[in-house]
Design a protein around this ligand. Sequence first.
Ligand code: UDP
Ligand code: MG
Length: 347
Amino acid sequence: STELPRTWPIAATDLSPRGMSDTEGLVLSIVVPVFNEEETIVLFLQAVDAQTNAIRSALGSGGQVEILFVDDGSRDRTVEIIEGLVAQRSDVGLICLSRNFGKDAALAAGLAHARGDAIIPMDVDLQDPPDIVPDMVTAWMRGAKVVNARRKRRGSDTWLKRWSATAFYGLYNRMADYPIQDNVGDFRLLDRSVVDVLNGMPERIRFMKGLFSWVGFTQATVEYDRPKRTAGTSKWVYWRLWNFALDGITGSTTMPLRIWTYVGLVVVFLAQLYAAIIIGRTLIFGVDAPGYASIMVVILVFGAFNMISVGLLGEYVGRIAVEVRQRPLYLVEHLTGRAAAGTDSGT
Ligand code: UDP
Ligand code: MG
């Protein structure tokens, strides 16, 4: 289950390229969550505008790019600036959340409102460089449903952030059934069919990276160097990152709940061994401290049984957690031949 997505370019044989049957132009939506970003918005837009022609030619004739900002409860001039832009140009939109809900929630709002045939979530601070977007679009046009943008180095991050990220993703991938690809963030191109699936997921706690890997679909990867933040400061604090990590792990694993049965079984075995030694010693050498042998044996045995029963509860709670997420049992990417009969387009 540690299979990683294919890398771009994809073999053209098993895929149906985009844009062949569409007579109207394809639309790419760029979804940008923003939180107190008054300094970065205009710089971001300039950098995207510099790529618009390349993106449109990758999209084929009639291709369009739209930019959808999601204001995540900013308290500075962010909304004012974006509304000024919306008044000037028709390709910019704004979704205003009622308060700060966090980047994942802002992203979910953006995905729900974007109408593009492909959607790319991007950070506004240009750490997700717009100049690889044309390549991502090209990979999508060749048939990939998800195009991951993978950073080659994290040189621009602090060592603590790099270390904690490596530790977290290492731990996560050891526990989760669906591994997260190394060094891939939220910056990725998503086909409309994948976005529809994500929008339809009923779960409340949305660890987007986990969801992205859970949905599967034909994936491709484009690499880039992660630059430093253009302006402003990172809004993440370590307490938030810690909770983000907890959401990620509890959202996609049941292992920490269920491990206790096995720990308990090992402890029972060791406890029995030790109990036998204590009892044997008491029988042979007599009582040195009155009550020690009996109390020790009782503590060991009860401790082990407690662990086993916690693990047993974990088995049930873990299954409840999976049921509550209500994820679909499977997702179909496409149907071929007779399987496609009865549907209009086979998609
Ligand atoms: N962001 C957001 N809500 C938040 C925190 C951040 O919408 O509560 C946005 C932020 O404006 C930026 C993106 O998420 O567009 C990434 O944030 P940041 O650069 O601060 O994170 P980092 O790059 O340090 O992970
Ligand atoms: Mg950033």
